[in-house]
Design a protein around this ligand. Sequence first.
Ligand code: PMP
Length: 466
Amino acid sequence: MATVGAQPAVARDPQQGQSELQSLAARHLWLHFTRMGANEDNEVPIIVKGDGCYVWDDQGKRYLDGLSALFCVNAGHGRENYAKAAYDQMTELAFFTNWSAAHPTAIRLAAKIAELAPGDLNRVFFTSGGSEAVDSSLKLVRQYHKLAGRPNKTKTISRITSYHGTTMGALSITGITDARTPFEPLVPGGCHVPTPNLYRMPEGWTPEYYAEAVRERILFEGPDTVAAFYAEPVQNSGGCFVPPDSYFPRIREICDEFDVVMVSDEVICSWGRLGEWFGCQRLGYQPDIITTAKGLTSSYAPMGAVIVSDKLVAPFAEQDKMFSHGITFGGHPMAAAVALENIATFEREDLCGNVRAHEGAFREMLESLYDLPIVGDVRGLGYFMAIELVKDKATKEEFSEAECDDLLRGFLSHELMDRGLICRADDRDQPVVQLSPPLIAGPQQFEEMEAILRPTLAEAGRRMGL
Ligand code: PMP
C-alpha cells in the first residue's frame, strides 16, 4: 500500500466556521507528511496542553496519547523538572558549540549515555534529531572505511518498508518507495532486502532466510562495496515487526564476516520503548553504532545522537585525523540538560521497569481484540505494538488500495481521534493501527484504549463488509 502519512484531520463542522488558529494554520503552516488538500475540509488537531498520558486540544477536549505524540514523549507530558533543568541551563550558559570546544552538560551527557549503552559504545556525536543522526552515521561509516583503507565500501543495506528519516542520506536508507521517488536521484548505494515479516512470510521461506537474504545481497553487491547494514530492533514502518530470535545474532556474524558496520537505528526503540535503555539490549545483540533521538529527551527538547564503538573511533583518533562533519546545534546545552534530567527521571521512577511490568497486560488487552473479524495480527514488543487489519482473517486477504484509503483516511484516523484516542493508523505496508503510549502508562490506560479500540474496529469491520 502506498500512501505515506495518515495523520488524522478532524472533519469540519460547516456551521461552526473556522477558529483564527485554524485559518492561520490552513494559510501558513506547512504540515509534515500531510495531504495539503485535506486542510480545506478538515481541521487540524491543535494540541495545547499535556499532562501524563493525556493531552488537550484548543476546544478543551481530552485525548489519551496512545502514541507518545510520535513515539517520543516517553516519560509522559507536563513534567516541570524538565522545564527547570532547561531554565537552569539557559540562565547559566544558553549556548556554546561542540566544535573544537565543549561545555559540561554535553560532556556529562555523553559519559552517561556511554555508561548505559552496551559493550564498547563509548563515544557520542550529538545531532538535533533522528534524520541528522542517521545521516551523520552514514558519513561516519563512509569515512571510517576510507581511513581503514577500504575506500570502495560506500553502499548500505537496509530493509524494504523501513523508515530511517528524510534527509537525503537517511532517505537513501529508508525503504518506502513513495517517500523516495519524489526526490530521486538519492544518495547512491542504498540497497534493500525484505523485512522479517513472520505473519506474511512467503511460501517456502523460513524465518532464518531473512538474515541469509542480507548475506546474499552483500555477495551480490560485492563485499568490498558494502559499508553498513541498518535496521531498527523492532521495525516501526509496516507495524512493529519483531524479527525471529536468530535474526540479529546471525546478522552480527554476517557483518563481521564482511567488515560491514552494523547500525541499530533506535530513534524509536531506545529509552525504554522496548523495556530497556536500548532496543539492542532487549533483543540481545551488540551493534557497532546506535542512532537515537526522540526519547533521549522525551522530546522536551530536540536532540539526537550517534553512539559509536571504540573500534570505529580508533582510526579517527590518530594524530591528524578528524570526522569532517559538524552541526551547530549538536549537543545544545539546553537539550543536553533536559536529556540528563530525563535519564535521571527514568532511573528515579524505573520507567524501563514499568514497561516490563505491564507490557504483558498491554499485549493481552490488544490480543483480546482477536475476536473482531478485522483484527489479523497483533505484534510488537514493550510499549510498541501494532494491530494489522485484514479483509479475511482465515486467508489473510489484504484490502485493496482504495479500500485501505477508505478504511484509514475515510474512517479510522479521525474516528479514533474523535473518540479521544491518539494512535497511528497507517498503510506504508498493510493497514495497521499502532500504539506506543508513554512509559508511565498502565492498566487504567489499557482499559481506556480497549474501550475505544473495540467499538471503533468493530464498526470499521462492518463498514468494510466483514
Ligand atoms: N529513524 C527512525 C527509526 C525513525 O523512526 C525516525 C523518525 N520517526 C527517524 C530515523 C528520523 O527522525 P527525525 O524525524 O527526528 O528526523
